[in-house]
Design a protein around this ligand. Structure first.
Ligand code: CP
Ligand code: NVA
Length: 330
């Protein structure tokens, strides 16, 4: 059956079938080929999109801006302090105003219900550029990167180490379940994903010949993995006070040479970025001084190793976001 997602919002991969995700990945490859070969693709001239960011961003913002420009569209960026949304104007009112002016809305912020409300009231496609619960555009980039490296997705042994109940842990579990990968969350049990979401993921995985496993055991969790993935230990929006406890909980789950050695010999290392793998950032330096830890979720050695594909992943954000914009607005 042909896939058509025109007019749809992209809020979480839970709303998308494996066939629709496959379509977006194939379209991303086509856009990547065109970009690399300098083939113009201004398919959406005369359309306009708005990017609403209530949290900071490098990759997501730049991907939406470059993708929008490459597609020939007008792109408006609203930063955390420069719109009325939430302060003087409700989400529903903001959505109805933006829906009269634009063809699509990207939103990065806190609650998933905000992006759902924007979609409900604006009447135009809304793309989730990260909430506390999900980060679906990152998922397409990660799946594309894995497929580029291994030639397939089905059956890949995927291990996520770290805060498995944050937006990345939740989203990766669902993405793997949809595309038939074997997902392992390797984390302290305090940071396991919510049981309801795990049950949902297990049911989806069963339909797609994948599996879901949660383990605290590092040796078991990383054994023979094809992909070792991690994310920062404290996410945007969390209070600074959680650092101490998070470091205590997650220090054993750092991706280091031992973890990579226990994985498959052809394993790759992935990270959505930004990453604290050294002390060359303000926060990295502060944490090093306060807690005596110079590398956090991943060692510099692994981050800089040939197994690390993090910058391919970052580039693929742009190609995959372009595919989502095009497929929902064309
Ligand atoms: N991975 C990611 O979403 O990066 P930014 O926070 O820089 O957008
Ligand atoms: N979990 C991280 C992801 C950043 C892309 C955060 O929300 O800050």
């Amino acid at each position: 059956m042909p896939v058509n997602i025109r007019g749809r919002s992209f809020l979480t991969l839970l709303d998308y079938t494996p066939a629709e995700i496959r379509y977006l990945l194939d379209l991303s490859k086509e856009f990547k080929r065109m970009k690399r070969n300098g083939v113009p693709h201004r398919y959406l001239e005369n359309k306009n999109i708005v990017l609403l960011f209530e949290k900071t961003s490098t990759r997501t913002r730049c991907s939406f801006e470059v993708a929008g420009n490459d597609l020939g569209m007008g792109v408006t960026y609203l930063d955390p302090g420069s719109s009325q949304m939430g302060k003087k104007e409700s989400i529903a009112d903001t959505a109805r105003v933006l829906g009269r002016m634009f063809d699509g809305i990207e939103y990065r912020g806190f609650e998933q219900k905000t992006v759902e409300e924007l979609a409900k009231y604006s009447g135009i496609p809304v793309w989730n550029g990260l909430t506390d619960q999900f980060h679906p555009t990152q998922m397409l980039s990660d799946l594309l990167t894995i497929e580029e490296k291994f030639g397939h997705l089905q059956g890949i042994r995927f291990t996520y180490m770290g805060d498995a109940r944050n937006n990345m842990g939740n989203s990766l579990m669902i993405a793997c379940a949809k595309m038939g990968l074997h997902f392992t969350a390797c984390a302290p049990k305090e940071l396991f994903p919510a049981p309801e979401l795990v049950e949902k993921a297990k049911a989806i995985a069963a339909e797609n010949h994948g599996s879901i496993r949660l383990t605290e055991d590092i040796s078991e969790g990383t054994k023979d993995a094809d992909v070792i993935y991690t994310d920062i230990w404290v996410s945007m929006g969390e209070p600074e006070a959680v650092w101490e406890e998070r470091i205590k909980l997650l220090r054993p789950y750092q991706v280091n040479a031992a973890a990579m050695k226990n994985a498959s010999p052809t394993a790759i290392f992935m990270h959505c970025l930004p990453s604290f793998h050294d002390t060359k950032t303000t926060i990295g330096a502060e944490i090093a001084e306060k807690f005596g830890i110079a590398e956090m979720e991943v060692t510099d050695e692994v981050f800089e190793s040939p197994q690390s594909v993090v910058f391919d992943e970052a580039e693929n954000r742009m190609h995959t976001i372009k595919a989502v914009i095009y497929a929902t607005l064309c």
